[in-house]
Design a protein around this ligand. Structure first.
Ligand SMILES: *Cc1c(COP(=O)(O)O)cnc(C)c1O
Length: 401
């Protein structure tokens, strides 16, 4: 997706605009499946919450992926995209028994992450096997908001509570068919991951009817030059060997599952915005764009870095800008960034805009959510219309005062 092509899309669909490149999604998918090609039974379940447009889900289905979902609504989107319930796993956190029952009634695999629901579900449906989410208490990533494996985390059942899980099985007669972990959104090194793997496999040995082991996700992708990326090839080699040996020990070919979100879609996405105003203050040059944390909240919520380029003037003189939004909040996308000289009306491009960007968008300041475009086999497809005022009013009930 070169600059000229991206600019033509803004001409056609206006800004702000999300654009997703299916070729990149496909090549990332292939990297994982290639890396684990020595595992007999491998399944990649795309984490829907990263980017949930039905057209993207259909693409995932075409590639051969299943999906990982965290709400009954994501499950419904997956069914709409054509996934068979057996290709869907439901991995919620803190949801009600009713929601789990609803999803289980579709025939979707259930992953339970607390003892209370496990026991209640097992009492009512002892014939429905479930997966359990284990917390191996291994720290991953450096940011407290995206580390979900440590001791105080709300996610998963502690490995120290495995005896309790076994008691629930005994008391209810239910079966466990899978063991799952998801240690966080950024696996920093393979050694840490393999340490968690050992804990997970030790847990598998505690149960007799396991069919799959779900290693969650946390694959790191580069956001800027010099960023560490998960070495998927090395990880594939080391984990596959360990997993294949473990299957022999366990006496059965288990399915190895991953549920990547970011790794599949982050780099495939670009977010294109228009520069409304260039404002020089005593200390800073601000570039204000037609967006804000209503469309892209990661920089403000997590301090995430999204690389920004001026695609209208890619070869100009580099200058320093603080790129901000147009909503009435401090909504800084990037401070003191070196960007090719910006003129009002230029189009800026944010990289890594595929994962957790559109799906976290809101209507704050009563702004419309952006349109989304998918590039597939060289053609651009509008996959979500820009909103209009009727979208903002749709569920409001006008009363007479
Ligand atoms: C969010 C999430 C994922 C995806 O994480 P990424 O960092 O986007 O790959 C996978 N599994 C579960 C259970 C999740 O909650």
């Amino acid at each position: 997706m070169n600059n000229k092509f991206l600019l033509s899309l803004v001409e056609k669909y206006e800004s702000p605009l999300f654009v997703y490149d299916s070729e990149k999604i496909e090549s990332q998918y292939k990297r994982i499946t290639d890396a684990f090609s020595s595992v007999k039974s491998l399944k990649i379940n795309y984490a829907v919450k990263a980017l949930s447009n039905v057209a993207v889900l259909k693409l995932m289905k075409k590639l051969g992926a299943g999906i990982d979902t965290v709400s009954a609504q994501e499950v419904q989107l997956g069914l709409k995209a054509g996934f068979d319930p057996s290709e869907i796993i439901f991995t919620p956190n803190g949801v009600s028994l009713e929601e789990i029952e609803q999803v289980a009634s579709y025939g979707v695999n259930i992953n339970i992450d607390n003892l209370s629901i496990l026991e209640q579900f097992g009492q009512k449906y002892p014939k429905t096997p479930v997966c359990v989410r284990i917390n191996p208490h291994v720290m991953a990533g450096g940011h407290s908001k995206i580390s979900v494996g440590h001791i105080d985390s709300k996610f998963g059942i502690s490995i120290y509570q495995v005896p309790h899980i076994k008691r629930v099985l005994k008391n209810t007669g239910m079966l466990i068919n899978g063991i799952h972990m998801h240690t966080g959104s950024d696996i920093l090194d393979i050694d840490t991951f393999l340490r968690a793997t050992e804990i997970l496999l030790d847990t598998v040995k505690e149960f007799e009817n396991i069919e799959f082991v779900d290693f969650g996700s946390g694959f790191k992708v580069p956001y800027k030059k010099g960023d560490i990326e998960t070495n998927i090839e090395e990880m594939g080699q080391r984990l596959s060997t360990r997993f294949n040996n473990f299957c022999k020990e366990y006496g059965k070919d288990l399915t190895l599952l991953f549920e990547p979100g970011k790794f599949l879609v982050s780099e495939a996405g670009k977010f294109l915005v228009n520069v409304n105003v260039v404002k020089q203050t005593t200390s800073t040059v601000f570039a204000s764009v037609d967006s804000g944390f209503n469309h892209l909240v990661r920089p403000m919520m997590y301090g995430s870095y999204h690389h920004i380029t001026n695609i209208s003037n890619p070869n100009g003189r580099d200058r320093y800008y603080t790129v901000v939004g147009y909503i009435c909040e401090t909504d800084t996308f990037g401070s003191n960034r070196k960007i090719s000289e910006i003129t009002e009306g230029d189009i800026l491009c944010f990289d890594n805009a595929g994962a957790y960007c559109f799906t976290m968008a809101s209507n704050y300041n009563s702004r419309y959510k952006p349109a989304e475009v998918l590039i597939y086999k060289g053609k651009d497809y509008l996959i979500r219309k820009r909103e209009t005022i009727s979208d903002l009013l749709q569920n409001q009930i006008d009363i007479t005062l």
